[in-house]
Design a protein around this ligand. Sequence first.
Ligand code: SF4
Ligand code: SF4
Length: 369
Amino acid sequence: MTTARPPIAMLAELTHRCPLSCPYCSNPIEMARQETELATQDWARVFAEAADLGVLQLHLSGGEPATRRDLETLVRAAREAGLYTNLITSGIGLTERRLDALDQAGLDHVQLSLQGTTPEMADEIGGYRGGFKRKMQVAEWIGAIGFPLTLNAVLHRRNLHQLPRAIEMAVEMGARRIEVATVQFHGWALKNRDALMPTREQAAEATRIVQEARLRLKGTLVIDYVPADYHSDYPKRCMGGWGSTGLNVTPDGQVLPCHAAQTIPHLSFDNVRDKPLSEIWYEGAAFNAYRGTDWMPEPCASCERKTVDFGGCRCQAMALAGDPAATDPVCIKSPHHVDLQARAEAHAAADGAALVYRAAPGKAPEPAE
Ligand code: SF4
Ligand code: SF4
């Protein structure tokens, strides 16, 4: 028997294909190819299993989920299973007709990513010429249909000065919420730390801007904020705690406790093609590896914050300390903390570093000039 509670949310990575090539993409370096993706009926079964397991919210993500031609069918299947559906999209590949069809299928919410607040910035970061213009058109259609909208702005050294404008744009678009996420260094972002690491001053200024805007826009716009953790003293509560509130399903059906879990080499992951989702959630070795607090070494084991942040991010501990069970090096109590802060300063000072674009499977990146 296990004491784990059911998950609340599931992220379905429908595909790794994407027309954009953001250098901070959280998709793994080894992306799943189209021919290995789960078929429509597989996803429909997984959505029904997720609802039976207790999942309430389904986030349809990618890659770019609109590259799946069966997206409308998948939304309908999820709604029939009783799930609240949120589409996480760059907007590229969505037409007015397609958005209408998604509305008819029962889509509940749209989360639109923002690579920058000007065409020059957005197209350079997304590696897709004309992307910003198309995204603004999609935002208008979303507003006209009346989908509840969240804007998702990923910020880093190159575009943090655009944060005030990003917040203004969210208000102008009628968004209910903006997620201001300082880039997290997983997946492709790890290759781009020299180009993207914010300075300590930028990180502090972003926190100030968010605090001021939260007061000013109370009742108009909710601002979720993910600060620059390399410059922080305590780690974030990653995934609400490992195997605690959410799960990710990759395009080829692997079930992960978080989107970067495949970077931990000793873990193996069950697949929805082989086992029911509830068995994977409750009994799967990967989910039980760092669930709760029993696995923690010192200093986390005797720390008063251990049920606040659950020792931080396991994937970050792997990437930065070489040990997924270590205290997240972001934490001031970690023996790696001082070294991490020095490395953050060095990355932030690496002027002139070129962006390394993510290439979609089977497709070369399309960098803007
Ligand atoms: S390349 Fe950009 S838009 Fe595409 S999945 Fe990655 S982060 Fe999202
Ligand atoms: S020692 Fe561990 S539990 Fe305590 S604050 Fe740091 S990461 Fe969190």
